[in-house]
Design a protein. Sequence first.
Length: 531
Amino acid sequence: MRGPAQTSEPVIQYLYQLVDAIAEGRLLIPRFQRPLVWQWDQQAELLRSVRDGIPMGAVMIWRTSGEKISWQDELAGHQLLIPRAEVPHEYLLDGLQRLSTLFAALKGHGPLRSEHDTEIGTIGYDLNERAFVPDQTDKASVIPLSVLSSSITLLRFQRALRGPDAEQWIERSDELAKSFREYKVPVIPIVSDDFEVAARTFNLVNSQGVRMGEADMIHALTWSPTFELRDRIEALRSELLQPMGWGEIDFETVLKVVKAEADLDLYEESVEQVSRVLKDDAEALERAFGRLKRVAEFLRAECGILDWDLVPYAVQSVLLADVFRQKEVGARLDLLRDWFWVTTYGEMFAGLSGYRLGVALKALRDSVRDGILRWSGATPFRLRPLRATADFRAVRIKALALQLAQRQSAARGSDEPFRLLADHKRMAMVQLVRRTVLTKDSFSSPGNRFLCAPEDVAALRQAILSGQIDAALQAAHVIPDDAAAAAAEGRWDQFIAARTAALIDAEQSFVDDIVGRHPHITAERRALARA
């Protein structure tokens, strides 16, 4: 059979029939389904809808007599039975978030987890408050939803109720059980032996719950019995990028590298085009990972970046991966290093549109081709001011952390500061001077952030607070003479202000050197405003 044959009317099934079909392996969850993403408030709202008899919308299944495709053997922490050999096979296309919530609540086999590591234990219903609750089944008035499916277990629960409200709770539990037993769900079957029809339908019916991301849809469209995009990305990520500290790179960034090579808009969703590229070109994904590995090696060697989380903008890695395709790139590594720092300190990719990103990609390709570094931001280049508060998520604070690591590395003759930053990230940027001797603004200032191993914090704090700041300490931590003098006299706000000014000057000098090497960056340049 070729193409879809949708039934003229939905088939109406009881909720428990669908739940049992999943548990018994008669309704399968295809491997191309996205992970669970619903949180407790969404789950509770669905349960209230069932209790009140409000329709939750149709679910869609794919019925096929063709070869079995891979299916999930676990759902929301529950082990599912092996499907039987008979045909046709039925796969859930739309309704996973809803049915997995109801499955976990009514079967009660184990915790319900989401991709955000949210964990919900046994779900119950507080008969006193008339509200669904997680993890409170030891409370006398809470009935676990798992007892509702069997009249025997329900009766056993009711007989154990005690107290003046017991009769009312029994009535309410009967009403609740009846609402779940009698709840009906419309099921729309799509009958086809063509897997691509099923995959396309899966994407088009994404109509309820958390919107499906582009990577999830591409995964569905490229799925075949011999290829799973997520599994392949995970394998390549572990093999090529994990050893470089880039094991946490997101799938969307990898797919942007594929897009760039195919000259597709990096920000615009192009699900079908990317899916076609991946299906038509078996090596596209491998090439993308190979170039990302080269980018990781480059940033490690040239900029001291030993971990994916330290890359200021994810899209910087995408553009760098793209130009590593060019034959001239081997002679342009110094230019690429300067481009990386200019785009970081100029915060070029903050809020950049798809059009402007395309301009930036073309400009970088041209720069690698002719050796002339170009600024392609929407406004003329200028060194962005250092933020008044040191939030490690900010691009400029990550850049500051890398500069501090560079200073310490030069002072010690060791790469250990870069490893320290990669291992501890924001925890390595310590607020050294205590709040009790500072104003609020000084405590949160970048001038109060010191790159230091956790085990060395006490010794460094003691040295600075006691005024024992020697030349080596000054050089390693960018402490100018006026800051050291302020520390010796206990003037801690002045100490932070003087060190902040020194950090600003150091960054200004660093950027000036880069701009001086590239006269084509003739944009507006302003000195950093001192904090």
